[in-house]
Design a protein around this ligand. Structure first.
Ligand code: CA
Length: 347
């Protein structure tokens, strides 16, 4: 791949993982003590945290490197800038006090890393939804004091979803600050994970999308976006499959509302698909396949789809080439790789 030839656009990768050694050690401790009820956590991090498999060791090292190795990997694949987010499930597996403190300290560390390499890194804040008001305060501090560009929330928090109004201070803060929330996958919640586990379908192969897609549908039908009409959400993995469902979700939602089938489904001001078109942005993380990218660009608009690598989990040079070769005009290609990210995250 020719990564040094002049390009008419910067490549900004918008869903790039990082972690602190401190958090990795806390994950290892959970694995040893079995201190939480989250089967998905044990299946996924049991592999990364303890396995000596080369891929696990490699990921465990790469995700914690915030210097030469990461920058070298970016140079080797022609990535100009990474938008960093604390890897899933972030602080969301800990008790509220631990998680709140850890979010603050990791955000401070992330800001320090960005100050060292301001042209190569930008970042989203970790927050602890377990303490919603604290999470809202930390989001405000991270944006106004640290220069971070929004927040990442890794789907469910100990089996709870953000459509519960107790979490809505976080949405109010994001809307007031005009920063996006990246709803990043997590393994399926304890309530839904069992049939995924025995076939190892709980993580990126499918479970992440099932979990995160469900979470987003809960947000939409609960009326979050009528209450917070300017709230902006970013989804990875081309929208976790939801863009493929636009027609059917509208048809069926109208029927459920008409039949008054559930207390949990109220009439909305718009169709479910309208919120996915108006309040959401999409990144390609891990989905470097032209038919899917083209479909989402056509349905959601060229101004809403951004490039992401999903480093270090999907560090694949050929995928960058595949995205360079998308059948796009120069204008749309620059939007895809660069200017959408600059606008949406205010880089
Ligand atoms: Ca990711």
């Amino acid at each position: 791949m020719n990564t040094t030839a002049p390009r008419a656009y910067k490549r900004i990768a918008t869903e790039e993982g990082w972690a602190t050694p401190e958090m990795m050690q806390m994950y290892v401790k959970i694995l040893e003590t079995h201190a939480i009820n989250d089967p998905g956590f044990y299946n996924l991090w049991g592999f990364f945290g303890k396995s000596q498999a080369p891929r696990a060791v490699d990921l465990f090292n790469r995700i914690q490197d915030m210097g030469e190795r990461r920058l070298g990997d970016m140079d080797a694949t022609g990535i100009d800038m990474q938008l960093l987010m604390l890897t899933s499930p972030g602080v969301q597996v800990f008790d509220a006090a631990t998680a709140t403190a850890l979010a603050i300290s990791t955000n401070d560390q992330l800001a320090a890393t960005i100050r060292k390499h301001p042209t190569r890194f930008a970042g989203l804040a970790a927050v602890a939804p377990q303490a919603p008001q604290g999470a809202a305060r930390e989001l405000e501090r991270a944006v106004t004091k640290l220069g971070l560009k929004g927040a990442v929330i890794n789907s469910h928090t100990q089996g709870e979803y953000l459509d519960d109004e107790k979490f809505w201070d976080i949405f109010a803060a994001a809307e007031a600050l005009d920063v996006p929330i990246y709803i990043h996958p997590n393994t399926p919640s304890p309530q839904m994970i069992e049939p995924f586990l025995s076939r190892c379908l709980d993580a990126a192969i499918y479970g992440f999308a099932a979990e995160t897609g469900l979470h987003v549908m809960r947000l939409i039908v609960s009326g979050v976006f009528d209450r917070f009409p300017k709230l902006r959400i970013v989804l990875g993995h081309l929208g976790e499959g939801l863009p493929f469902w636009l027609y059917r979700m509208d048809f069926m939602h109208a029927g459920i509302v008409r039949a008054n089938r559930s207390e949990g489904v109220k009439p909305l001001k718009k169709k479910p698909s309208d919120y996915l078109r108006d309040n959401f942005y999409y990144t390609t993380s891990g989905m470097a396949w032209e038919p899917s990218v083209t479909f989402v660009q056509q349905q959601m608009g060229h101004d809403r789809v951004m490039y992401a690598m999903d480093y270090p989990y999907q560090y694949v040079a050929e995928e960058v080439t595949a995205m360079d070769n998308l059948p796009l005009s120069e204008e749309h290609k620059k939007m895809f790789f660069q200017t959408n990210a600059e606008r949406i995250f205010k880089l």
